[in-house]
Design a protein around this ligand. Structure first.
Ligand code: SAT
Ligand code: MN
Length: 585
């Protein structure tokens, strides 16, 4: 074993004092035994083998159902390096505090050591980590989400380079919950939570927070983005990476099935990833993107045959469901929106209590999730395992905005695209434990995930663009505009293909657009609405319109957000904001 690995393991073992240390090798026998143990101790419930082959239900502690951003810290040496959007603590102080919490925390328990790769093992893009955890649930989820096992460990032993991830459920005490990152040490310490983004440390903690710091130092981008490929009738595939905040439909968009109008002509959409893209400049002057993960940890409610038929197929077998409702009669699962009709009195809700749809509460937790390997997905891109990733034609930003942002807008150039990304805002969802439905600024959908000062992050984006001779075009979309009754105007889901079609056209220099204060907006007849019920040209015009008075309010809000960076926001972005203000008059 590499000396660095050995040293780290000795250190955490002597601190946590587990009864036993178990290396996860990736063997089927080992996983089978762990599933059996988890079913025996109640951590998992084995579901109906006929209806849900090899699927399991997990219920988390009721105080532990979403990411806890107020308990998430970036412990960089200097406070300024974490920036105003992150909680910061001095690294020594945090290490000292947490050492006391970890001390003896695994007494009587096993410590599992999970070696994993982010990205294709052996790729120049890939990075490696080891997560130590006292949770079988974490082991079994990690097996689906990352490339886990001996091959990853061999790479780590070769180089001695790995992100050191320590996770302990301890007693899930909310007051002593900490999700902490030490970028200067490539270290993550998480304690007292077993929830997804808090406990599957490969995901947001490593692949975004730590990786964004690595990316800053090494000249690439670690982004909260899906990646999809659109194949046209000639067989040409154009790739798009798109950033949306948690629970805004990234997974559905990544697995989109083109509406009949397009499908008949031979259009297809291929999914490369649904959450995390690592993006680098290629020698050809383009940007190349790779999915850092190996599986999907998606929001269950709302997923169904209409919203995401590919995901329904993906979920046919080999899934861990977390906090969904349980039909105890035939031992199957249910969530809001899965099927409409529910013969009930046989359902227990995510809290394991008897439940009917008339109870006025939710059967599945709004942030209930499924964990499944990407290989289950029927529309998985053939490039999924390509060690070079895929070349990007377009980058798309998007938030959940009832009023301000138009259906789609193209930035004037890369720099303006970075500006558009930096002023993103979105109404909050159940993915984090905070108030829901409030607009918060969420640049590049990275607000909770950027491991360093976001003003430096904007600068980094500008620098990356400067080196590209053939940069992707940058767009912003908003599927969520509502009418006076609060109903969504745009049908969304597969119909989003119509917007992506325009985006691809524009990335090739085709298509008509009008220059507005916030960028190029399609001429109304540029969005194909053929066969689309209830969407007229007038509705498209409305969806593409800008309300100057709302935008003026928006600018005040953006200004005060920029101000929180105390002068560090790059000059060119501040100028773009002033230009926007002027142009709106
Ligand atoms: O909980 S996760 O961070 O893994 C999912 C999400 O919030 O996007
Ligand atoms: Mn996400």
């Amino acid at each position: 074993m590499n000396a660095k690995v050995k040293y780290w393991v000795e250190e955490i073992v002597s601190m946590c004092e587990p009864n036993e240390v178990v290396w996860i090798t990736g063997s089927k026998e080992q996983y089978d035994a762990l599933y059996e143990e988890a079913c025996t101790n109640g951590e998992l419930i084995k579901l109906n083998e006929e209806k849900h082959p090899n699927c399991y239900l997990h219920r988390s502690n009721q105080n532990d159902v979403a990411r806890t951003e107020d308990k998430t810290f970036i412990c960089s040496d200097a406070k300024e390096d974490a920036g105003p959007t992150n909680n910061w603590c001095d690294p020594e102080e945090m290490y000292d505090k947490l050492k006391k919490l970890y001390k003896g925390s695994m007494k009587g328990k096993k410590m599992y050591l999970i070696p994993f790769a982010m990205g294709v093992i052996g790729s120049d893009f890939a990075k490696y980590g080891i997560e130590a955890s006292d949770s079988i649930y974490v082991v079994l989820n990690m097996e689906k989400m990352a490339r886990v096992g001996q091959d990853a460990l061999d790479k780590i032993n070769e180089t001695g380079q790995f992100v050191k991830c320590l996770h302990a459920c301890k007693d899930l005490n909310f007051d002593d919950r900490y999700i902490t990152h030490f970028p200067q040490d490539d270290t993550i310490w998480s304690i007292n939570s077993a929830y997804g983004g808090n406990a599957l440390l490969s995901k947001k903690c490593f692949a975004l927070r730590i990786a964004s710091c690595n990316a800053r130092d090494e000249g690439w981008l670690a982004e909260h983005m899906l990646i999809l490929g659109i194949e046209n009738p000639d067989g040409e595939i154009n790739y798009i990476a798109a950033a949306f905040p948690s629970a805004c439909g990234k997974t559905n968009l990544a697995m989109l099935i083109p509406p009949e109008l397009y499908a008949k002509k031979g259009y297809k959409v291929w999914c490369v990833g649904d959450d995390i893209a690592w993006i680098r400049a290629g020698e050809d002057g383009r940007l190349w993107a790779m999915n850092a993960e190996n599986g999907f940890f998606g929001v269950a409610p709302g997923t169904n045959k209409n919203s995401n038929p590919n995901m329904v197929k993906t979920l046919e077998s080999d899934v861990i469901f977390t906090n969904v409702a349980h039909d105890i009669d035939d031992n199957t699962i249910w969530w809001e929106g899965l099927t409409s009709l529910l013969e009930s009195d046989r359902i227990v809700d995510w809290k394991s209590e008897k439940w009917t749809p008339n109870d006025g509460t939710k059967g599945a937790h709004p942030n209930s999730r499924f964990t499944v390997k990407a290989e289950n997905c029927p529309c998985l891109s053939k490039e999924f395992d390509n060690p070079d990733g895929v070349p990007l034609s377009a980058i798309v930003f998007g938030g959940r905005r009832a009023k301000t942002f138009p259906l789609v807008v193209q930035s004037k150039d890369w720099e303006h695209g970075v500006f558009i990304g930096s002023i993103m805002g979105s109404e909050t969802t159940a993915a984090a434990t905070s108030a829901i439905g409030i607009v918060r600024r969420d640049p590049m959908a990275m607000l909770p995930f950027c491991g360093y000062n976001m003003a430096d992050y904007f600068e980094h984006w500008l620098n990356v663009g400067e080196k590209l001779t053939n940069p992707p075009k940058i767009f912003n979309v908003n599927w969520f505009r509502t009418d006076e009754n609060g109903r969504f105007i745009w049908p969304g889901f597969s119909e989003n293909m119509r917007v992506l079609d325009w985006i691809i056209k524009r990335s090739k220099g085709d298509g008509n657009a009008e220059l507005t204060p916030i960028g190029f907006i399609p001429a109304p007849d540029e969005i194909n609405i053929k066969d689309l019920k209830n969407v007229t040209t007038d509705i498209i015009k409305n969806l593409l319109s800008l309300d100057n008075s709302l935008w003026k309010e928006e600018i005040i809000n953006i200004k005060s957000f920029y101000d929180t960076f105390e002068g560090k926001v790059p000059k060119s972005l501040k100028k773009a904001l002033l230009d926007l203000e002027k142009d709106l008059i």
